[in-house]
Design a protein. Structure first.
Length: 236
């Protein structure tokens, strides 16, 4: 079976700035792939190319066998996206918004269990603009998952959450992969990567400097120590 996400020789420039320089990696169905790297390493640009939000300058991206830049509605219905800023309408109420999004899919996830699992029912009557950062994160995650995606791209899904909510999100992400989806998450949390990831991708200076299982990447060392060794030159 081909990988759910295939990135090969990906290149992207912004004027004279090289954001991606031949990055290559892949993600499989039924697994969690964690993408780590310092700010400015190219993580966001790389994932946005996979989401079809940016057009690569070179290389190849395939998601579920399709070029995401030219993908149509049928493909996009199979992919869930959680942006770091949420992208949520400020005046909307969370459950009403999720119910509206759910109605756009042929076979959405059951809404009530998702709302209860993420604790969204506790602030269902509050507009998005009045939610805390952590509450908005939970609504954004639900919006990405309500369509029952085969591939989910999640940008910092547990950022800003309290410890209990973070564990709930981790359990939900893990169950999504266990049910057969490919989950690609960007994170700055070593604990999150260690707990969730079946596959790690470490990015520095626009290139993939290491990838594989936790054991492959760390070689028995702490992930934090190995990460800093791999990315030191890019942040010097």
């Amino acid at each position: 079976m081909p990988p759910a996400v295939l990135v090969s020789g990906l290149a992207k420039r912004y004027g004279g700035v090289v954001a991606l320089d031949g990055a290559s990696w892949q993600a499989e169905l039924g697994s969690v792939t964690a993408v780590l790297g310092p700010n400015g390493a190219g993580k966001t640009t790389m994932v946005e190319c996979c989401e079809g939000l940016r057009r690569p300058d070179g290389g190849q991206v395939r998601v579920l066998g399709t070029d995401p830049w030219n993908a149509g509605p049928a493909h996009r219905a199979r992919v869930g996206v959680m942006l770091q800023d949420g992208g949520l309408p400020a005046s909307a109420r969370p459950v009403r918004l999720l119910r509206h999004l759910s109605s756009m899919y042929a076979a959405p996830a059951p809404l009530l269990p998702l709302v209860e699992r993420l604790g969204i029912d506790e602030f269902a009557g509050t507009s998005v603009r009045r939610l805390s950062g952590g509450q908005r994160q939970r609504v954004a995650l639900a919006a990405a998952l309500v369509g029952r995606p085969e591939v989910a791209f999640l940008d910092e899904p547990s950022a800003g959450l309290d410890p209990h909510a973070r564990l709930d999100v981790w359990e939900l992400v893990r169950s999504l992969a266990d049910d057969g989806a490919a989950v690609v998450l960007t994170t700055h949390s070593f604990e999150e990567a260690e707990r969730l990831a079946d596959h790690l991708v470490v990015v520095a200076a626009g290139a993939v400097v290491a990838q594989g299982s936790l054991a492959d990447v760390t070689g028995g060392d702490r992930l934090e120590d190995r990460y800093f060794a791999l990315t030191r030159k890019s942040v010097a």
